[in-house]
Design a protein around this ligand. Structure first.
Ligand SMILES: Nc1nc2c(c(=O)[nH]1)N[C@H]1C(S)=C(S)[C@@H](COP(=O)(O)O)O[C@H]1N2
Ligand SMILES: [Mo]
Length: 524
């Protein structure tokens, strides 16, 4: 005996869409629970997010970083969730008439998540597909069961949708899913608590080779200038991680291996901290920094010399006949960063850093250990959450950003920035401090000049040099006349080379050109 399908009202269709949302929520909850057991990054939302990040053209990525700043990843995840909610509601509606097609739709979504998870560069196991697959299976069951409540009348009942049954079952499923979410959260937070506890327990060693005190004159007394040392909480952050890796320092290891490594080694953090510890001030800069942009910061790093470690493993630089010219650092989240072996071993302070401005590295900045190499942009030197160092060649291997159009090698270009007055700001006629920072890491800054409108270049007063690996503050006391004026700055590096005026975008190896600001000077 076949029951007559009940007649459906707009309310039922609304309920069906709601059923789709409940199924989506249930699926995500189950996926989250499976993900904490497998790997947090393998959850469908982070995996799809990462896949989107990986496949986004560099131009759009830079636009996203510029527009949303450090919330770029939150915006992306929110977008994925909104899209998913729309699809879930649509599948809920579809389930009323064609339940099999709706279940197939859920399966497709699960497959997309699974595929994104296993094709991540850091995916090491097919198990990464499980969160999406199990989540999709759960969503399909919820969707099917709820749709049946509306389309298949209860035995003996009139041919009317079982709305009461729908609501009761739906509420039960929401409760169950919330339980799964809460459980997933608590397991996840227990794990990150281990990492947090390991960070809290970390006692930084005293450096055998401390950084000299920052010279008193390095910080100029000018309001609105970037502080000479960038506090950790203000330090720019650039990475592809949707979930900041929380690595347990107690179980962390660094593996050194590859071509021309006769003595492969694995180091623990305790082993690193027992070595000769050095402390250095180094200014870090991002290749995505536009002229005048904010993606640069200066910190005091504590760590060990990477070159010492490499020598211990028997590595020789190319200039001493070593077969590897590229050092590829790999992070726990699958980032790969390629650095010239020659630069790391040429005597500069290339560090494996565990301290930043007197505290253990913040999680966002690479806890427990990251690389810092003076003179090279971050994407070719500053691997955070580092897990291994492989010696290879530039010919044999392209690191993460290289196939995406960025240069394989990228020394930092000489740049200067006006911090104050702000662009399109106002000033009052009289003496106005025009000031900012200039950097040319590992070459140093020897001169900064300021030009007002089309006037002559005038030497700015330089803050004392801390080291040639750090930026330098500068100030020009300008006798400002009323009206609109354009202020322009340029620096000369320690080799005597003047910053180039040629405008170039950030791609492929860093922006060039002069930073200018337009200000309006009001009569006194
Ligand atoms: N693991 C990992 N390390 C990374 C990155 C990343 O995406 N993942 N980004 C690099 C880039 S592009 C820069 S500019 C610096 C930024 O370091 P910060 O976020 O501590 O300022 O980290 C580098 N190290
Ligand atoms: Mo960067």
């Amino acid at each position: 005996m076949t029951a007559t399908p009940p007649t459906l009202t707009p309310t039922d269709r609304l309920l069906a869409a709601l059923g789709g949302l409940v199924a989506g929520y249930g699926g995500l909850a189950v996926a989250a629970l499976v993900a904490v057991l497998v790997r947090p990054e393998a959850g469908p939302v982070p995996a799809v997010g990462d896949a989107v990040v990986d496949r986004t053209p560099a131009g759009i990525k830079e636009w996203a970083i510029r527009t949303f700043g450090e919330s770029d990843k939150a915006v992306l995840e929110f977008g994925i969730l909104v899209l998913l909610a729309g699809l879930a509601a649509a599948l809920g509606l579809l389930a009323l008439r064609r339940p099999v097609a709706a279940v197939a739709g859920v399966a497709v979504l699960g497959a997309v998540g699974a595929l994104a998870a296993v094709t991540r560069p850091d995916s090491t196991s097919p198990a990464d597909a499980l969160p999406s697959l199990v989540g999709a299976a759960a969503a399909a069951v919820v969707l099917y069961v709820l749709a049946r409540r509306l389309t298949a009348p209860r035995a003996g009942a009139a041919a009317a949708p079982d709305r009461r049954g729908f609501l009761l079952t739906g509420a039960g499923m929401v409760l169950g899913a919330t339980g799964a979410m809460v459980l997933a959260r608590s397991v996840g937070s227990t794990r990150s608590e281990h990492a947090t506890a390991s960070r809290n327990a970390l006692r930084l060693p005293r450096p055998a080779s401390p950084a000299p005190a920052v010279p008193r004159g390095a910080q100029l007394p000018v309001e609105g200038i970037s502080p000479f040392v960038t506090p950790n909480r203000d330090f720019y952050r650039v990475d592809t991680a949707l979930v900041v890796p929380r690595v347990d320092a107690d179980t962390w290891q660094l593996r050194v291996h590859g071509r021309g490594v006769p003595r492969e080694r694995v180091f623990t953090l305790a082993e690193l901290m027992r070595r000769e510890v050095v402390e250095r001030d180094v200014t870090l800069a991002c290749v995505s920094n536009e002229v005048g942009g904010p993606l640069v910061g200066n910190a005091r790093w504590l760590g060990v010399r990477l070159a010492d470690l490499l020598r211990e493993c028997g590595v020789r630089p190319p200039s001493a006949g070593g077969p590897a010219d590229q050092l590829v650092a790999r992070s726990v989240d699958g980032m790969t960063i390629g650095t010239p072996v020659e630069a790391v071993m040429d005597g500069r302070d290339a560090l494996l850093a565990f301290g930043m401005n007197g505290e253990p590295l913040p999680f966002e900045h690479g806890f427990p250990v990251r690389m810092v190499v003076p003179g090279l942009y971050g994407y070719v030197s500053a691997c955070k959450w580092i897990a291994s160092v492989e010696l290879t060649t530039f010919a044999a291997y392209d690191a993460y950003w290289v196939p995406r159009g960025w240069a394989a090698q990228a020394p930092i270009k000489t740049e200067s920035r006006i911090d104050t007055p702000r662009a399109f700001g106002r000033a009052t006629a009289g003496t106005v401090a025009v000031a900012g920072v200039a950097w040319a890491q590992h070459r140093g800054v020897s001169r900064v000049q300021v030009r007002v409108d089309d006037g002559p270049w005038q030497d700015a007063e330089l803050g004392a040099e801390d080291s040639r690996d750090t930026w330098r503050q500068w100030v020009h006391r300008w006798q400002a006349e009323p009206g609109r004026h354009t202020l322009t700055v340029r620096a000369t590096d320690g080799t005597g080379a003047v910053q180039t005026e040629q405008r170039q975008g950030t791609m492929p190896d860093g922006a060039t050109g002069y930073h200018s600001v337009v200000v309006t000077v009001d009569p006194a």
